[in-house]
Design a protein around this ligand. Structure first.
Ligand code: XAN
Length: 453
């Protein structure tokens, strides 16, 4: 009888450390019935030719064609699922105006389950097509539509972590789009947690409920206290926005005389299962608190260029011991692609390092030691996301989930610039990171199952 459910033969790229990509050239990747990588063998191992002989004529033996490569599936740590319906619009406005004139009216429409299904179905498929195998979602304030998003992830095979958004403060949110009051918001959140936990029992790749205060400005103290307690009671993930922009950061400072990080921590919302979006205005004390509590950052470099008034100092925060992964932040980030965000994280970091105002002398213009390399950006897109969620995902490594994307560099309609037969694998890796579009992503697997898109 076959020991393995699948064996894949080919070349894979995976992070060895946050600074270095490893090239697993022509290896065998052996997957068990739980969708977990049970063994990896290179061509010098005794098992290598024995397994090829034993499996190569079976349907469950997959040999990658010339020009095809395996990458880990991407982890998107920050997606506003309803905002897919406005992606690419209104980005000339500042954050507060964008929320009130475009975003809240759109999100209010998700009371209509038919509309929610149309948008969520398309979004989950689109993210899978872009190589995203795990996504951490903000839904809307509506319990039923939020549950629908979790159900769609479960059905389509994506690992979804989904939050019913909480925003109850009547002085900060419009009447047409807010939780009725703190009590109702907490009751709805608790029911949502129970229903997603139930759904999770029959979902191989996992779906997870996420306690989701939108951000401090939209929530009362009562609801923040209650959400901290619910997260503790059910040991859930927690997500919010933290110190995103000058406006949001200053609002919290005025209300609590402290930064978001310490205010969120006082409400029991900074924990190992917490992922905070943006975090551009964290100081070193905030960063130490993140490291101590195990709270991770979802870095959204494209969105930050529009709304965050600054560049996240990723290298510095990593040195302080903070886990960081990438987020598209649809729709403040107007792309479903983590590839695009990985590249933007490099570009933004180079601008941070060099500075941007040429009227200032070069020696004073930038922030030294800020630049990220392509290997570091790849890490953020994959293993950094997995570590932020404390899940065994984002690496091609024994005991990790078989969450992968197969890239075909030879697609004739979207040819990659690879012209020499002896091109080095590391150069191919870099070209894949810069040039991959959905048409190159031939297959996506999550927890050992191929997904359809
Ligand atoms: O980029 C953002 N998108 C949002 O929807 C949001 N809500 C609060 N703060 C936010 N920032």
């Amino acid at each position: 009888m076959d020991k393995y459910t699948y064996i894949f033969k080919g070349t894979a790229f995976t992070s060895e450390t946050n600074k270095k990509v490893a090239i697993l050239k022509d290896h065998l990747f052996c997957i068990n019935e739980n969708g977990v990588i049970e063994d990896i063998f290179n061509s010098t191992h005794d098992e290598y030719s024995r397994l090829i002989d034993a499996y190569q004529d079976n349907d469950n033996f997959h040999t990658l064609a010339a020009g095809q490569y395996i990458l880990p599936g991407f982890v998107d740590l920050h997606v506003h699922a309803p905002q897919w319906a406005q992606s690419g619009t209104a980005l000339d406005l500042p954050l507060y105006d964008w929320l009130h004139t475009y975003t809240f009216p759109l999100e209010a429409k998700f009371a209509d389950l038919e509309f929610a299904e149309l948008v969520y179905d398309d979004l989950v498929t689109t993210l899978l097509k872009n190589g995203t195998t795990t996504a951490l979602y903000f839904a809307t304030i509506h319990k039923e539509a939020s549950l629908l998003l979790a159900t769609i992830c479960a059905k389509k095979g994506q690992r979804g972590l989904v939050g019913k958004v909480v925003m109850d403060d009547p002085t900060q949110n419009p009447d047409f789009y807010r939780d009725q009051d703190a009590k109702t918001a907490l009751a709805d959140t608790e029911e949502f947690i129970l229903e997603v936990n139930h759904l999770s029992k029959e979902t191989k790749q996992g779906v997870y409920p996420v306690v989701t205060p939108r951000f401090i400005p939209s929530c009362t103290d009562e609801v923040l206290t209650g959400l901290g307690k619910l997260a503790e009671k059910y040991d859930t993930y927690i997500q919010s926005h933290c110190s995103e922009s000058d406006w949001a950061h200053n609002y919290v400072q005025e209300r609590f005389s402290k930064h978001d990080a310490f205010a969120l921590n006082d409400f029991g919302l900074l924990k190992d299962k917490s992922v905070m979006a943006h975090c551009n205005f964290l100081d070193d004390e905030d960063a130490s608190l993140f490291a101590k509590t195990g709270t991770a950052i979802s870095h959204c470099p494209l969105s930050n260029a529009y709304f965050a008034n600054s560049v996240l100092p990723v290298a510095h925060l990593q040195e302080k011991g903070v886990d960081i992964g990438l987020g598209t932040d649809i729709s403040a980030g107007a792309t479903p692609s983590i590839y695009a965000n990985a590249i933007q994280s490099i570009i933004s970091s180079r601008m941070l390092e060099d500075g941007v105002n040429s009227s200032i002398p070069a020696s004073e213009r930038g922030v030294p030691h800020s630049r990220l390399t392509i290997d570091e950006a790849f890490y953020l897109a994959t293993a950094g996301g997995g570590e932020s969620l404390s899940l065994p995902i984002g690496k091609i490594k024994k005991n990790y989930s078989w969450d992968i994307q197969i890239i075909d560099t030879t697609v004739s309609s979207a040819r990659m610039p690879i012209f020499s037969p002896d091109e080095q694998p590391y150069d191919i890796f870099q070209k894949i990171m810069y040039h991959t579009r959905p048409e190159h992503i031939q297959e996506v697997w999550v927890q050992g199952d191929k997904v359809q898109f």
